[in-house]
Design a protein around this ligand. Structure first.
Ligand code: UDP
Length: 490
């Protein structure tokens, strides 16, 4: 399908880089890490940020992606000396996927997501050639690309895994797996076994493995099998945020891990996304609002809601009387919008359609709360700037993240999401009343609990920044990994 000429490079050509290896003494060269994220915003954004972070510590960093994703990554890399390599995505004839659909978000259900992941696995051949030519000191690859292991092994290149989830969710999902294999309980609630805290969840909030397609289940199996053969795991988190779980993961579950986050701090001005909303428009609107008065509502890059649920959210926001900025995904139509809604809301609400400048919004002083699906990136981005959350998990690691935010960190208030489900039609409705109530409580200036959540969030935000400063826990772990890779050269 592809020969070496199809592996393209944006900033420098491949032969320059190979000849560099020959001309310079190996010992004088910085450690070279190659970052290869899954093509999905929640995976690409943090790995690109991580590449920037390692580059800022003196490492050489290279990012690998496919053509239609390169445009969204390039702006973030422009100011850093990071190379970008583009691999050819397999053709429609090979995959049966529409031309140019190279992003997980383009596939709404498990069946098409599985097809996409199978297509991504066809990148193995060009990736192998790239690895052979570049010979980095390590590859940092997404857990969803388990096939990167065999080539890394054959070239004796350490493979470091990026799961994109926090220590709490890493430990929690391991605990959930042990629970799912047990058939001796049929209670509505379960306590996750073996964790540092007593974490109780509804059984309906556990991952629904039986409904998953075969390809997906097989992939999860392969991920679990390849991880122990990998060199270790990088986690976008910081030690002070979840010390018991960072320790549990390393000492009880026996994993090698480096905590290097929050990586979003390295890249506050992301750009280049398709359908990006004008930042100035958002800032102009936010500038008219009082400090901490606005609630930001967004459910990440993959989540979808039914029209009836979108309507309930709209009504809940209206009833709350709180100023809001609400991001709606492009794929969602307008049929659900209540009659005369925008007339009634007026200047109090700002509904965005497309890709929002999330970090910029969360950083704005007018924003005082975040209604989130608890994706780990979104959760950590809010933590990094000290914004408390109303939590609305849907699937993936999100229900675990909710437990962390609400019970362990005490910066979240649950809206009342009870069912783990990818498909909107499989989730029970969360009524406008619940939405209204959670937002009122989150934004309250009187309630002691709300004040305490804000105080805790602020404290964690300060800790997050310290973690990446010279001598901070994440700063030290980045250096520790770089030094270890340097020592490996012998
Ligand atoms: N994001 C953004 N604008 C949007 C939607 C999402 O910048 O309109 C970013 C968000 O800041 C986060 C990522 O996309 O970095 C989403 O990752 P997360 O883990 O929160 O959720 P996912 O999309 O993977 O479910």
């Amino acid at each position: 399908m592809s020969d070496r000429s199809e592996v393209k490079r944006h900033t420098k050509c491949l032969c320059d880089c190979v000849s560099d290896n020959h001309l310079m003494g190996l010992e004088s060269k910085p450690v070279h890490l190659l970052f290869f994220p899954l093509m999905a915003a929640g995976h690409m954004l943090p790995l690109v940020d991580m590449a920037k972070l390692f580059a800022s510590h003196g490492a050489r960093a290279t990012v690998v992606t496919t053509k239609s994703n390169a445009a969204s990554i390039e702006p973030a890399l422009r100011s850093s000396a990071i190379d970008l390599f583009v691999l050819p995505f397999p053709s429609t004839a090979e995959t049966g996927l529409p031309e140019g659909s190279e992003d997980l978000a383009a596939f709404p259900d498990l069946e098409t997501k599985s097809k996409f992941l199978a297509a991504v696995a066809k990148l193995q051949a060009p990736f192998r050639r790239l690895l052979f030519d570049l010979r980095p000191d390590a590859i940092v690859t997404d857990s969803f690309l388990p096939w990167t292991l065999s080539d890394a092994e054959s070239l004796n290149i350490p493979r470091i895994v990026f799961h994109g989830i926090c220590f709490f969710a890493l430990c929690g999902s391991e605990s959930q797996r042990s629970l799912l294999s047990r058939t001796d309980t049929n209670t509505d609630t379960v306590v996750l076994p073996g964790l540092p805290h007593r974490i109780e969840m509804l059984r309906s909030q556990l991952p629904v493995t039986s409904k998953n397609g075969n390809v997906f289940n097989e992939l999860l199996d392969t991920i679990a099998k390849t991880e122990p053969r990998s060199y270790g795991v990088v986690v976008n988190s910081f030690y002070e945020l979840e010390p018991e779980y960072a320790d549990h993961y390393r000492n009880v579950l026996g994993r090698r891990a480096w905590h290097v986050g929050p990586v979003c701090i390295c890249n506050p001005l992301r750009g280049g996304q398709k359908n990006a909303i004008d930042q100035n428009e958002c800032l102009t609107w936010l500038n008219t609002k009082q400090t901490r008065s606005v609630v930001y509502v967004s459910f990440g890059s993959l989540s979808q809601f039914s029209e009836a649920q979108l309507r309930e959210i709209a009504l809940g926001l209206e009833k709350s009387n709180v100023p809001f900025i609400w991001v709606i995904r492009e794929c969602e139509n307008d049929d659900w919008v209540p009659e005369n809604y925008m007339d009634r809301i007026g200047e109090r609400g700002f509904v965005l359609r497309g890709w929002a400048p999330q970090i910029l919004i969360l950083n704005h002083e007018s924003v005082g709360g975040f209604v989130t699906h608890c994706g780990w990136n979104s959760s950590l981005e809010a933590i990094s700037v000290g914004v408390p959350m109303a939590t609305w998990p849907l699937f993936g690691d999100q229900f675990l993240n909710e437990r962390l935010l609400v019970e362990v960190l005490r910066v979240g208030i649950p809206i009342g999401s009870k069912q783990y489900a990818l498909a909107p039609e499989d989730r029970p409705m969360v009524g406008a009343g619940k939405v209204e109530m959670a937002i009122r409580r989150l934004m309250s200036e009187e309630e002691e609990e709300a004040k305490e959540r804000r105080r805790r969030a602020k404290e964690l935000g300060a800790m997050a920044k310290r973690a990446l400063e010279v001598g901070g826990s994440s700063y030290v772990d980045v250096d520790r990994l770089i030094e270890e890779l340097m020592d490996r050269r012998g």
